[in-house]
Design a protein around this ligand. Structure first.
Ligand code: PMP
Length: 404
């Protein structure tokens, strides 16, 4: 038995973390993992999360019963308001279906599965992903028989957005194609469309009747402002674009391992929403039966209690602020102190946890092998891995490989 099972390669990000952990070098830096670290390179439990978990622990009325199939209702309704807006007409008209999922990955999977069953594809089952994108997107869509195609996104020449290529593919794709869009803080590039560019993207999406599959894993991380980071999604909803949103609370609430997320499908009528909800429940039942309660209870408390919500916003500003600070400091070190050859504007222009440095695969590998700086070979760095103690070491190492 199992002689037919080929050995799969290990996941590249998890492999990188293992190599980092095994390295005894004292000045090693891990810029691979997409998780927030404080100025001491430590994971950060948000103070508001500590407070909310204490409330849960002290609540004698709570038990360990199953949640409903679609999840904790205070959580999913709060989560929908967070991304779609307090006064979202789609919510008040009952047109939004919200289901609690196994974090953002589970939301992507359930959304993909639902599309594979019920979306009226124009030809082959396919989805357009940004080139590049979060590597797991390929596996998630392949798993449900939806073929990943690519649309131009990142332009290595400008280390910015290939807006012309992106628009051209939106225009040339068959009508009613499905496009996966990163709502903010694009992973892995840190390159987001401007508000004006989002409007043009929406114009073409509307004209071609495309379906928008939004993935939002970094709301709050891009700008430090939850509202601002929801702008693109809300704008698309206001334009009547048919869409769904995959939402993760891993990063913005620091609840990575608790797997808190939601899938929101915005539909044209309440009656459609009821039908969609019924089928999502059927799919969810056979996949996970019902979602886990602990993390959802924490987030539900934060979303529904105005005082805790304000505290959360402050915690998010702490995380986003530190990351923005690291961008500025890296830029200053490279341009003013080290006078590293090349243009480094993109370090401060890019958004969110990740930055595409623009360095080559050879240079990325040289950083790891020569300087014990762990990063993916595409030159992506997690800004959260930098801090006031290691940033100079990193800037000097980067300067070294750039000069060759
Ligand atoms: N989408 C994107 C673009 C991501 O970067 C991530 C996290 N790396 C996710 C979804 C989902 O993460 P999780 O399942 O931990 O919420």
């Amino acid at each position: 038995t199992w002689n037919n099972v080929p050995l799969a390669p290990p996941d590249s990000i998890f492999k990188l973390t293992a190599a980092y952990k095994a390295d005894p070098y004292p000045h090693k830096i891990n810029l691979g993992v997409g998780a927030y670290r404080d100025d001491d390179s430590k994971p950060w439990v948000l103070p508001v999360v500590k407070k909310a978990s204490q409330i849960i622990l002290n609540d004698a009325t709570l038990d360990h019963e199953y949640l409903p199939i679609t999840g904790l209702s205070e959580f999913v309704t709060g989560a929908a308001r967070l991304i779609l807006g307090e006064n979202s007409p789609a919510i008040s008209e009952g047109r939004v279906v919200s289901v609690q999922t196994i974090s953002g990955t589970g939301a992507n999977h359930l959304g993909a599965l639902f599309l594979s069953r019920y979306y009226h594809f124009n030809g082959d089952k396919a989805i357009y992903l940004s080139d590049p994108t979060w590597a797991n997107h390929f596996a998630i869509f392949n798993n449900v028989g939806i073929k990943p195609l690519l649309y131009p996104y990142y332009d290595p020449k400008t280390i910015g957005l290939d807006f012309t290529g992106f628009i051209a593919t939106l225009q040339s794709a068959p009508e009613r194609s499905v496009f996966l869009l990163h709502a903010c803080a694009h992973n892995p590039t840190g390159v987001d469309p401007t508000e004006e560019q989002w409007k043009t993207i929406a114009d073409v999406v509307v004209a071609k009747q495309h379906y928008a599959f939004f993935d939002t894993a970094y709301q709050g991380f891009a700008s430090g402002d939850l509202e601002r980071d929801a702008t693109a999604v809300r704008y698309f909803v206001s334009r009547g674009v048919p869409l769904l949103v995959c939402q993760s609370f891993a990063k913005n609430a620091g609840l990575y391992g608790e797997r808190v997320g939601a899938l929101h499908i915005v539909t044209p009528t309440k009656e459609t929403a009821d039908r969609v909800r019924s089928q999502l429940s059927v799919l969810q039942r056979s996949e996970i039966s019902n979602p886990p309660s602990y993390g959802a209870r924490i987030v539900a408390l934060i979303l529904n209690n105005p005082e805790l919500f304000e505290e959360w916003k402050a915690d998010i500003r702490t995380m986003a602020g530190r990351i923005i600070q690291m961008r500025k400091e890296l830029y200053r070190l490279l341009t003013e102190e080290l006078k590293t050859p090349g243009n480094w504007e993109h370090i401060v222009n890019q958004i969110g946890m990740f930055s595409f440095t623009g360095i080559s695969e050879v240079q990325s590998k040289a950083l790891t092998e020569g300087a014990h700086v762990y990063l993916t070979t595409n030159g992506r760095i997690s800004m959260a891995g930098l801090n006031s103690k290691n940033i100079r070491y990193f800037a000097e190492a980067l300067d070294g490989v750039v000069r060759g």
